[in-house]
Design a protein around this ligand. Structure first.
Ligand code: NAP
Length: 526
């Protein structure tokens, strides 16, 4: 297989592969700075017996009694790995095709030598080379027989789609006499270098050999990371796909938010900019960057928030209709339910932007001119005091409700973060996400209604016969609030509570709720 096409199956031949032959200067093959004075035969001994990695990553001296670990490859990952292993008390021997060139890049406590030399004594060897170069290691198959190979590689997106076999399985097929363990591919060279405190701690591990998996898991723990058992080597493809993911779960909610933004922006543009231009000849295109955006953002935030609670309402209606919870929801509803957190966070994001934009409104030149023009009009009309009581009240209530809604939404956003959510029990989590979430929706509805006030009934507000934007946004949230109110009626509430505790209309599971059904409703429905 040496020199064969990458990805081809079958074990390595026994002939040394190019790059694996020992070069003439192999006799002086330990190229650590201290090797110059070394006698032949001393190579198996640890080069230095004391080492430690300071918090800044620099090496100082400390006791070294840990087992020896091999690394094949001398690139970025190999260097970070060697530093972390040395800092964790392991002896490290690095195998390079050109140790002379790379030795200076490694911590002084690591031994840098030729590949064949490096793999001779350690039982665990990290393969820190790319998949396409695995075949160049075939010349080492005899020395590697019976050892544990840790595959740290990540495929590119193209390679992942192209090869059905994972990199780790491919490595195992090239070295059938070795045990391959997949690990560390989700940890970047930077995280390894900086230490686990600054990055992701979890290291998914998989292998067909339990003992090998346990040894590598112990190493992972010793290095300050948390091993996560992913099962057999067949899971390696899944593990290798992890770093390729780009914000999983966010694609559909982001597209939804973008779609809503575009629709509402176009609608507001037509009403606030196009209509005055076409029908009155007034140029209001200056409103495009701030004003139209700021009228669009709350619409998106509000509709998104209602879309967080709509699937729950639909699911409850479906359960009531079917009289059981043991039938699968349609796929679209299932996906929708799973994306509620992302939709809620996007709603919070838009609402926060709306608040920021609103704070900036007094800074706009157009606002200042409007204020001055109004003052001049007042003077010309000989009015000394402008005070519309109703407008004052409307604005005070409107602002207060908006602030309360945003505050409640921020609580929702904070409690949906994994670190906080994990510290809450089911009832606390349900209180924040369900009860407070619904309160946020009601507050936002009141905020929108006070903004609207009597405007929905004024003819002048129907530009191009289009109703004001806020009337459109009220549609879905009002349906959700009404449906939620309906489900609070005793006839629906009790039936829903029974269904969620396993009762079935036509099935065998029939029972009465405990007398204190309020208590029953407070328990988890998951
Ligand atoms: P790199 O800097 O390019 O190093 C790759 C090393 O492979 C080279 O330094 C080379 O060392 C060695 N090698 C052995 N045989 C080779 C051959 N025939 N042709 C070319 N090079 C050969 O890459 P890296 O970033 O360290 O990545 C190494 C592995 O770690 C990859 O599989 C990668 O997917 C994985 N990984 C990297 C990171 C990261 O953050 N960089 C994170 C997770 C996983 P010698 O010249 O000394 O032989």
């Amino acid at each position: 297989m040496a020199g064969g096409a990458p990805g081809a199956q079958g074990p390595c031949p026994t002939v040394p592969a190019p790059g694996c032959e020992r070069s003439p200067d192999t006799e002086d093959n330990t190229l650590s700075p201290r090797s110059a004075t070394r006698m032949p035969g001393e190579m198996d001994k640890p080069l230095i017996s004391r080492h430690l990695v300071d918090s800044d990553g620099s090496l100082t001296e400390a006791l070294s009694q840990g087992p020896k670990v091999g690394i094949l490859g001398s690139g970025d990952f190999a260097r970070s790995l060697a530093t972390r292993l040395v800092g964790s008390g392991f002896g490290v021997v690095v195998g390079s095709r050109n140790p002379k060139r790379t030795a200076g890049l490694f911590p002084a406590a690591a031994q840098v030598t030729f590949q064949a030399e490096a793999v001779s004594s350690p039982e665990v060897i990290f393969v820190a080379v790319f998949r396409e170069h695995y075949t160049s290691l075939c010349g080492l198959s005899d020395q590697l027989a019976g050892k544990i190979l840790v595959d740290v590689s990540n495929p590119t997106e193209q390679q992942h789609l192209q090869h059905r076999q994972s990199n780790a399985e491919y490595l195992a097929s090239l070295f059938p006499a070795c045990t391959v363990v997949k690990a560390f591919n989700v940890i970047s060279a930077w995280t390894l270098q900086a230490g686990p405190r600054d990055g992701n701690r979890q290291v998914p591990i998989c292998s067909d050999q339990l003992e090998a998996k346990r040894s590598v898991s112990e190493m992972v723990r010793a290095m300050g990371f948390t091993p996560v058992d992913m099962g057999s080597l067949a899971s390696a493809r899944e593990v290798e796909a992890m770093p390729l993911r780009l914000l999983p779960g966010w694609k559909v909610p982001t597209l939804l938010a973008l779609g809503l933004f575009i629709c509402f922006y176009a609608y507001n543009f037509t009403r606030d900019v196009l209509q005055p231009y076409v029908q009155e000849g007034r140029n209001k295109f200056y409103k495009l960057p701030v004003s139209v955006v700021n009228t669009t953002l709350p619409c998106v935030a509000y509709v998104l928030l209602s879309l967080v609670y709509l699937p729950g309402v639909l699911a409850a209606a479906l359960q009531l209709h079917r009289g059981t919870k043991y039938q699968r929801f349609p796929d679209w509803l299932d996906h929708w339910l799973q994306h509620r957190k992302q939709i809620g966070l996007l709603s919070f994001f838009c609402a926060s932007l709306h608040a920021l934009y609103s704070f900036c409104l007094p800074l706009l030149r157009s606002t200042r001119y409007d204020v001055v023009n109004l003052a001049i009009k007042q003077v010309l009309a000989n009015k000394s005091h402008l005070w519309v009581e109703e407008e004052v009240w409307r604005m005070e209530i409107y602002l207060s409700l908006g602030v309360l809604a945003l505050g409640t939404l921020s609580l929702l956003a904070v409690t949906s973060l994994p670190s906080i959510a994990n510290s809450l029990n089911w009832r606390e989590f349900s209180f924040f996400q369900s009860t407070l979430g619904f309160v946020a929706l009601v507050l936002s509805t009141l905020h929108t209604l006070t903004y609207g006030w009597t405007r929905a009934f004024e003819e002048s507000r129907y530009k191009f016969y289009l109703p004001p934007t806020f009337t459109l946004t009220l549609l879905v949230p009002c349906v959700v609030i009404l449906a939620k109110g309906l489900f609070l009626l005793p006839c629906f509430r009790r039936r829903l509570a029974k269904i969620r505790r396993g009762w079935e209309k036509d099935g065998t599971v029939k029972f009465m709720l405990p007398v204190d059904h309020v208590l029953a409703e407070k328990t988890s429905h998951v």
